[in-house]
Every structure is written in structure tokens, then in C-alpha cells.
Design a protein around this ligand. Structure first.
Ligand code: 9G3
Length: 570
């Protein structure tokens, strides 16, 4: 490919509306251009990297025995009405009508479509295990699309669905996908963690997320410093530590705390640490008020609370409910004297003589003690993990926290969709049974962006060879000179013949201009052909990642680039 005939609209300045580095660099490197909020054109350099990720995904899915199909992006409302999700999703599901006024949606995911396909075609246990996958554009009408391809409205996803005769077989399919995902992200050259994750709205029994570690990641994950345990903070377990304090319970005491409502205000006013206070949070779970206690220096994890209560709707109680439950304005809630159910995080279990709200305006209580002053219906793991927490799985590990970008998510679905859509099969005895499913997603376009979040410097992108748009760029300095043009063409042809993906920068531009572009678009290897070095039969080989520059003969440079590419694609 000759740069002068290609289409790589690089720009110097950083676009103002791009907040994360991958968005900035994908725009500046001429990889994407916005069409509408969260909707992008993939330009040649961007598309080449996306196709690289797709091909790695395709190879590993095929190796795992999955079979590629392609489902429509337009989906009839009837299927979503059958699964009950037509009503469940709000504006994020883009709906529209066809010329006959029939209702459709633009596919955000394909559980309904693929289950409908399988319920029509799979009738016998002999046809399973079956894993069907596709690589296709999805649309989710995000309320605030941003960060470029990291949170677009239209994006490319690989979504796979497994079908098995029972839960045990479904577990095997899940493990196969889990291992395939590890290989995919390793081959993409990403530093990632597979973490236990909440199943969220999709339901099902368990799930893992694949997180690319990056400070710009929207997710918080924790991993153990010793064992393999790692989890999304939403799901990460806390090891309940034995009650620490052995202090004697002191008499309950009312203290005036005028206008002091928050933990920070009250702790400062009473000169006590946050850890000797108990937060008293009031929620409404499926319409019922519930009081939740957590030690003052920890945060409540609402997903853990929702899973514990097993409720459908969970929200913080509005002020009116707080006043009704506590008899006091917001900011003075405490467990003593309440008539509603109280549950508490394990962190409260060991507390003695602690501070809470007094259920009276401008009043808090000191020396509050469990059992004597109030009863807790049950203790549970309800708080967020914090760095340094003991690992819940091994004896000596400590939890470390990272920011992550979710690039993959695998779910054990159980029979949620096969039941809703009556996808059954006849077993060996001719008995009708429900199919067990799993679903497995990879954000292909997001993976490309996540790779940039992990691989860039002040000059631009630093592509790992496996998903670089090109492996090598030949920068001809002054292509007008016969000798330079001849040598550049020869190197280009030799590399191409050796299977190296090479682009020849033959533009009539100054060296510095070419080097800046080459660094910005992040091609891993660069061969510089200049008259001076050429006169001594030499060219420069520059390694984008290390910045190392080698002066080599033409043959050495070609051989080295070829060897580096072959090694990186092993
Ligand atoms: C919707 C809308 C948004 C959604 C969903 C449905 C996320 C939805 C979860 C999944 C689960 C898995 C198969 C591939 C891997 C992920 N956002 N999810 O179901 F209608 Cl608007 O998509 N699906």
C-alpha cells in the first residue's frame, strides 16, 4: 500500500470533545470519524485493526468448536415480547415500525433471535453441544455515549450462544469459552484480568468479565496479591473478620449535633474516627422500607444488597420515607428504636460503643451497642472491598484494586431464555427436556480502543504487532531521488512477498512530518530509507515501542522485520 494513495486523514490537534486517550488518538490517527453521537465511520487504519481483532476472535472461536452464523440486526418485537424483555428495557432499546406498522428493534444483543432459531432446528440431544456465534454491529441507545469506541451506541460485538443438554454440559461449554477468551486477549497483546462478575439484568447463574487494566476504565476490579481470585467490585467478596473490640459497653448517650448530617461532619464534630460510626441507610425494596447498617469508613454495595434481598426494585428511600421511618429529617437516622427490619454488613458485627443517628433532628447517639440498644435481623457481606482487605479465598493474600475496561463477558444463562421461548429437545429416552444455555460477548471495537488505552505515549499509538493496522512502514525520505525510490520499492516488495503487512510512505513531505505521522498511527516497525545512509548501503530500523534505532544493511533490515513479525504472530 502506498501512503500517497491511501486514506489516513491524520490531524495534529487534539479534539476538544475527546476525553480519553484512545478517543483522541483514534481521531488524530485518522482511524475513525464521528457520524452521530456514539456512531462512527471506521476509516482504513481503524478498520484494519478491527479486522485483526475479529480474525483472532474467529480463529479461537472456531478452535473452540463454535460455528459462525450471521443474524439480522433488525429484530421483530414478538420475540422480545415472548421473552418478556420488550417491556423490561427502556429507551436503550431502539424501537421502530416498518411500513406495515409492525414493531421491530435494532438488535442490542441476540438471545431471543438465536433461541428462536435453535428452538426450530434443534430437537435431539444428539445435536448438542452446539455453540453458534456471530460478529456483527449492535445498537444500544446509550443515554450518554462518549469515549469514542469505548462507549458507542453502534458497536461491533462477537456474541456467541451455547446450547447443552444439562447444566453440567453447559459448564463444559462455559469453560471452553473462558479458555478461548484468555487465548484471544493474550493474542491481542493485552494485559487483562478475568474477574468474577455479577450477572446483572441478563440473569443466569454466574458470569466472568474480561477486563483490560487501564486508569481510564469505568469498572473497578480487585485481585488477590497471592491467589488467582479476582472480581468486579460489584461482586467481590469480603472475608468477615472476627469481632475485634473487647471494650465494655458504656451507657447510651445523646449528643447535640446541630446541622451535622454526614459521616464526615459528625465525625469531625465529635472528634471520632469514621470507623467508630455506623452509617444507617434506608432503602425501599419492592415497596418495603429496609434499614441497612455499614461501618462508617466503608461503602455499601447496592448490588450485594439487592442480591441478598432478592428484590426486583431497590432504591434509596426518598426523604419522606426517611422521615416517616425515623421520625427525623434526613441525616439523623439510626437503628435504635426503629420499627422496620434492620440488616447489617459484617463490619458492624464487631463494633462496640459506636456513634449513630439519634432519630431526632440535630441529635446523634454515642456508645450504641448491638443487642442492648437494637437488634439486627441478619448480618451479611454488604460492603465494597477496599484495597488491603484480606482475600476471601486464601489465607495470606491482600486485595489490590485496579480500574478496568470490560472487553468480554461470559454468562451461564441456565434456562432463562429456553424456558421463555420453549426451546426443548428429546433426550435418549425420548423425554422432552429444556435446553441449557450460555452466552459470551466480546466488544471487538471496544477491544481496539482498550488496546490503545494500554499502548500509547506522547507521540501516539504503539500497536502490538498482532492487531497493528500494518506491521511495518517504509518511510522514504525524498522519494523523488531515484536511489531512494528504488531502494524503498525493493524493500517494500520484499517485505510484502514475505507476508509482512507494509505501507510505503512515498509522500512528498519533510522527514519530520513523516516520522510524526508514523509515530501517531503507531506502526510497530519503521524502516527509514535516506540518501545518506543508503550511500553506505544502510537503512534505519526503528522500533516504535522501545524507540530503539538500528543502522542495518537493507537485507538485515528486511530479515529482522520479517523475523520480528513472525515471532509476534506465533
Ligand atoms: C437490551 C439492551 C441493552 C442490553 C441488553 C438488552 C446488555 C442486554 C446483556 C447482554 C448479555 C450478553 C450476548 C453477548 C454477551 C452479553 N445490554 N445486555 O441483554 F435490550 Cl437495550 O447483552 N448478550
Amino acid at each position: 500500500m502506498r501512503y500517497s494513495q491511501y486514506f489516513v486523514p491524520t490531524v495534529k490537534e487534539t479534539p476538544s470533545d475527546a476525553e480519553v486517550i484512545s478517543h483522541q488518538l483514534m481521531l488524530r490517527a485518522g482511524m475513525i470519524r464521528k457520524l452521530a453521537a456514539g456512531v462512527y465511520n471506521y476509516l482504513p487504519m481503524g478498520l484494519r485493526s478491527i479486522r485483526k481483532v475479529e480474525n483472532i476472535v474467529r480463529e479461537e472461536m472456531n478452535r473452540a468448536g463454535a460455528i459462525e452464523i450471521l443474524m439480522p440486526t433488525v429484530q421483530p418485537a414478538e420475540l422480545w415480547q415472548e421473552s418478556g424483555r420488550w417491556e423490561f428495557y427502556g429507551k436503550e432499546l431502539l424501537r421502530f415500525k416498518d411500513r406495515k406498522e409492525a414493531e421491530f428493534c435494532l438488535g442490542p444483543t441476540h438471545e431471543e433471535v438465536v433461541t428462536d432459531l435453535v428452538r426450530r432446528e434443534v430437537k435431539s440431544y444428539r445435536q448438542m453441544p452446539l455453540n453458534l456465534y456471530q460478529i456483527q454491529g449492535k445498537f444500544r441507545d446509550e443515554i450518554r455515549p462518549r469515549f469514542g469506541l469505548m462507549r458507542g451506541r453502534e458497536f461491533i460485538m462477537k456474541d456467541a450462544y451455547s446450547f447443552d443438554v444439562d447444566s453440567a454440559a453447559a459448564d463444559l461449554s462455559y469453560d471452553k469459552m473462558y479458555q478461548a477468551y484468555r487465548r484471544i486477549f493474550e493474542r491481542c497483546g493485552l494485559n487483562f484480568r478475568a474477574v468474577e462478575a455479577d450477572t446483572g439484568s441478563i440473569g443466569g447463574t454466574s458470569s466472568h468479565e474480561f477486563m483490560v487494566l487501564a486508569e481510564s476504565g469505568e469498572d473497578a476490579i480487585v485481585s488477590c496479591s497471592c491467589c488467582q481470585y479476582a472480581a468486579n467490585i460489584e461482586k467481590a467478596e469480603v472475608r468477615p473478620v472476627a469481632p475485634a473490640e473487647h471494650a465494655e459497653p458504656r451507657p447510651l448517650e445523646k449528643v447535640a449535633t446541630p446541622e451535622k448530617r454526614t459521616i464526615e461532619e459528625v465525625a469531625a464534630f465529635l472528634h471520632v474516627p469514621h470507623s467508630s460510626m455506623a452509617k444507617c441507610l434506608i432503602f425501599v425494596a419492592d415497596g418495603e422500607p429496609v434499614v441497612v447498617l455499614v461501618r462508617g469508613d466503608y461503602e455499601l454495595n447496592e448490588i450485594k444488597l439487592k442480591n441478598l434481598l432478592g428484590c426486583t426494585e431497590l432504591e434509596m428511600a426518598p426523604d419522606s420515607v426517611v422521615e416517616n421511618v425515623t421520625g427525623a429529617p434526613v441525616g439523623f437516622a439510626g437503628p435504635v428504636g426503629l420499627k422496620v427490619r434492620i440488616i447489617a454488613d459484617f463490619s458492624v458485627q464487631g463494633m462496640k460503643n459506636f456513634v449513630t443517628g439519634g432519630n431526632e433532628k440535630d441529635i446523634h447517639l454515642k456508645n450504641v451497642n448491638l443487642e442492648r440498644d437494637f437488634r439486627v435481623e441478619r448480618f451479611a457481606d454488604l460492603r465494597n472491598v477496599v484495597p488491603g482487605d484480606a482475600c476471601p479465598r486464601c489465607e495470606e493474600g491482600r486485595m489490590e484494586m485496579w480500574r478496568g475496561i470490560e472487553v468480554g463477558h461470559v454468562f451461564k444463562l441456565g434456562t432463562k431464555y429456553s424456558e421463555a421461548l420453549k426451546a426443548t429437545y428429546l433426550d435418549a429416552e425420548g423425554k422432552e427436556r429444556i435446553i441449557f444455555m450460555g452466552c459470551y460477548g466480546i466488544g471487538v471495537s471496544r477491544t481496539v480502543a482498550a488496546c490503545i488505552e494500554q499502548n500509547y505515549d506522547g507521540n501516539g499509538i504503539i500497536w502490538p504487532i498482532p492487531i497493528a493496522p500494518f506491521h511495518c512502514i517504509v518511510s522514504a525520505l525524498n522519494y523523488k531521488e531515484e536511489a531512494v525510490a528504488q531502494a524503498s520499492d525493493a524493500i517494500y516488495e520484499e517485505l510484502a512477498a514475505a507476508g509482512v503487512e507494509v505501507i510505503l510512505d512515498d509522500r512528498d513531505e519533510r522527514p519530520g512530518f513523516k516520522f510524526k505521522d508514523a509515530d501517531l498511527i503507531g506502526i510497530p516497525l519503521r524502516i527509514v530509507v535516506g540518501a545518506k545512509n543508503l550511500a553506505e548501503g544502510k537503512v534505519e530500523l526503528k522500533h516504535r515501542k522501545s524507540g530503539e534505532v538500528e543502522l542495518l544493511s537493507v537485507n538485515e533490515a528486511v530479515a529482522k522485520v520479517r523475523a520480528l513479525v513472525v515471532a509476534a504472530l506465533k
